[in-house]
Design a protein around this ligand. Structure first.
Ligand SMILES: C[S@@+](CC[C@H](N)C(=O)[O-])C[C@H]1O[C@@H](n2cnc3c(N)ncnc32)[C@H](O)[C@@H]1O
Length: 207
């Protein structure tokens, strides 16, 4: 059954009481995939990590446990999601171990080479263009820094239940090419259910 547009729209830009419910459900629905993606990042203590499209922020707390002396930052353009995420990790924010920013992938509020690792789970459907988004993630990663990018490809039958006006599913080839263009070299491609997890490393300075 197709998700109604008003629910799908909340996944792209959560607002109001319905947005809070969607955030609550999403934190459970995507948890196993986030755990797999975080494991692939191999976060070491002292490292800095950004979660692009962090949503409800459940992964921020788990990432912070992997790098208690480092910094974990969540970014999301939805003010409601950023508020929920910041509340979830408020004690870490007070301790200077976490932060949450309202921002979109196209313009990340960080200087070049800020992060050792970047997590991005179920977010790229909402990007009009992959190129500028991945270039911006590459820019904020250090050289040799790693991205874990999880998404459902256009080949998945499950995509039929998401409205195409809101979700844009890409082929494996399309994402592979866009990663290469952004200077992100794919290290591993793993099937997780009907999703794909890419781990890629920044290999060159971006333009
Ligand atoms: C399906 S949710 C996934 C949230 C979380 N990563 C997870 O795995 O549960 C998609 C998230 O991407 C965010 N988002 C939408 N457009 C975005 C953009 N252009 N840049 C960054 N995040 C975006 C949404 O606000 C939402 O929180």
């Amino acid at each position: 059954m197709k998700r109604p547009n008003f629910i799908a729209e909340q996944a792209r830009n959560a607002r109001g009481p319905v947005g809070r419910i969607v955030a609550f459900i999403m934190a459970r629905e995507t948890w196993a995939q986030n755990q797999r993606s975080m494991a692939a990042l191999d976060v070491r203590n002292g490292e800095t990590v950004v979660d692009v499209g962090c949503g409800h922020g459940r992964s921020l707390a788990a990432l912070s446990e992997m790098t208690p002396d480092g910094l974990v930052v969540g970014v999301d353009p939805s003010e409601l999601m950023a508020e929920i995420a910041a509340r979830r990790v408020r004690s870490l924010i007070r301790a200077g171990r976490a932060d949450v920013a309202v921002a979109s992938v196209e313009k990340l509020p960080f200087v070049d080479g800020s992060f050792d690792k970047a997590l991005c789970v179920h977010v790229l459907y909402f990007w009009p263009d992959l190129g500028p988004a991945l270039a911006e993630i590459a820019r904020v990663l250090k050289l040799g820094g790693r991205l874990a990018l999880l998404f459902r490809t256009s080949a998945s039958p499950a995509t039929a239940s998401f409205p195409p006006e809101i979700y844009r599913f890409r082929s494996l080839g399309e994402v592979t090419a866009a990663l290469a263009d952004a200077g992100l070299e794919v290290q591993e491609t793993t099937d997780i259910g009907d999703c794909v997890l890419f781990t890629a490393e920044r290999r060159r300075a971006t333009a």
